[in-house]
Design a protein around this ligand. Structure first.
Ligand SMILES: NC(=O)c1ccc[n+]([C@@H]2O[C@H](COP(=O)([O-])OP(=O)(O)OC[C@H]3O[C@@H](n4cnc5c(N)ncnc54)[C@H](O)[C@@H]3O)[C@@H](O)[C@H]2O)c1
Ligand SMILES: [Zn+2]
Ligand SMILES: [Zn+2]
Length: 381
């Protein structure tokens, strides 16, 4: 997959990746997904996204080659590779903040390295490819249990850990009302995870009917269309005895629709780093003293958020990139025990050669697409 500029991606031949460091591995990709985060790149919203780069931070594959200092995985292993590139040794990795590694990204004031996510996140090529170089191969890649379906495994590289961490950062307590903005793969899986934390009521807000229908069935929650409400904040207040939700989760990020001013300044004129509509709604519809958890991605510069209300309401806001490695053992258990069924959100399987169509479909939400998976020609499973 080769990025050519906003809204343009295509398939090209690129050189086979090389081991550049003794802790590198080369992985032959067997599955990769397109994530909502890739859409921010595709829409040209992420700074320093260079033409010629390869996206893809959700992938699994077979280890083809390892550097001389790789001890934790072997050639032939089928591994799932967390989207964060983490050294495992720095002050942040030691606190299990693998998404905030201080070594894997030269721009590491905020985020650590991420596969296929622009030079803002380290400039690594990603997994929407046949082969990919995996740095710090002793840290991230995790052997897939032989009895696990590869379709479940690929969703453990990002979607499930992100959703789980979104629910966890929301500090959900037994009986809480949890409102999730966004019914994309992340919002859908977050709804599922909210129940695991003991939520009493789970409400999902979006404007795409097919996704609202999907999440109602998949996560057995309430789901409402913000286009059919006068004001989503008022709606949530009304349905919670005018208290507001205990926990609000932003699973939308900078591509949010629903407010003309935000859309024009954030998505059209790029005067702020993405449209903060869902974040506005989250802050304004959580109860006083409540918790807002943000996993929706925004650009690194300022947004026009209602920060004054954050202070006046005494809200706790928690946000981060998911720390995949930290939550993985628990999530593998949940999947193996049948409490989570990640592959249930996969709606489309396409050959990698059709990556350009796949992006168009996922970006424009065509053909009732929830989650597309790309299969490289050399994937033998
Ligand atoms: N923090 C992390 O570790 C992490 C990891 C993965 C994805 N993400 C981010 O999570 C977000 C969701 O990812 P996804 O794959 O589900 O993307 P997606 O684009 O498929 O889904 C986003 C959904 O939000 C809906 N939406 C738009 N405006 C809305 C609004 N104002 N209120 C409610 N819903 C609205 C859209 O209709 C869409 O269904 C993205 O911002 C992505 O970058 C973060
Ligand atoms: Zn992602
Ligand atoms: Zn580190």
């Amino acid at each position: 997959m080769n990025y050519r500029g906003p809204f343009r991606v295509r398939i090209d031949e690129k050189p086979y990746p090389k081991i550049l460091h003794p802790e590198d591995a080369i992985v032959r990709v067997t599955r990769s997904c397109i994530c909502g985060s890739d859409l921010h790149l595709y829409h040209g919203l992420v700074p320093d996204t260079r033409v010629g780069s390869t996206f893809g931070h959700e992938f699994i594959g077979i280890v083809e080659e390892v550097g001389s200092q790789v001890t934790e995985i072997q050639v032939g292993d089928h591994v799932l590779v967390p989207f964060n590139i983490a050294c495992g040794k720095c002050a942040f990795c030691k606190q299990e903040l693998y998404g905030n590694c201080h070594e894997s990204n030269p721009e590491a004031t905020a985020v650590g390295g991420i596969f296929g996510y622009s030079h803002t996140a380290g400039g690594y090529d990603g997994g929407q490819a046949e082969y990919v170089r995996v740095p710090y191969a002793n840290v991230g890649p995790t052997r897939i249990p032989p009895e696990m379906d590869p379709d479940d495994a690929v969703l453990l590289a990002d979607v499930v850990p992100t959703a789980y961490q979104a629910a966890e950062m929301g500090g959900i307590k037994k009986g809480d009302t949890v409102v999730i903005f966004g019914a994309g793969p992340i919002g859908i899986m977050t709804a599922k995870c909210a129940w695991l934390f003991g939520a009493g009521r789970v409400i999902v807000i979006d404007h795409l009917e097919y996704r609202l229908e999907f999440v109602k069935n998949y996560a057995q929650c309430e789901a409402y269309n913000f286009r059919s409400m006068e004001d989503p904040v008022l709606f949530i207040k009304k349905t919670t005895d005018w208290f507001g939700a205990d926990v609000c989760i932003d699973a939308v990020g900078g591509d949010a629709a629903g407010n003309a001013m935000q859309t024009i300044t954030g998505r059209k004129l790029l005067l702020q780093a993405g449209s903060a509509t869902a974040l506005h709604w989250a802050i304004n519809s959580v109860k006083k003293g409540g918790i807002v958890s943000i996993v929706g991605v925004y650009g690194p510069t300022d947004n026009l958020i209602p920060i004054g209300n954050v202070v006046n309401k005494g809200i706790t806001i928690r946000a981060n990139q998911a720390s995949v490695k930290r939550v993985l053992p628990k999530l593998i258990d949940h999947v193996m025990a049948g409490r989570l069924n990640p592959k249930g959100i996969i709606t489309h399987r396409l050959p990698l050669e059709e990556v350009s169509d796949a992006y168009r479909m996922f970006s424009s939400k065509l053909d009732n697409c929830i989650k597309p998976v790309l299969i490289p020609p050399k994937a033998k499973i």
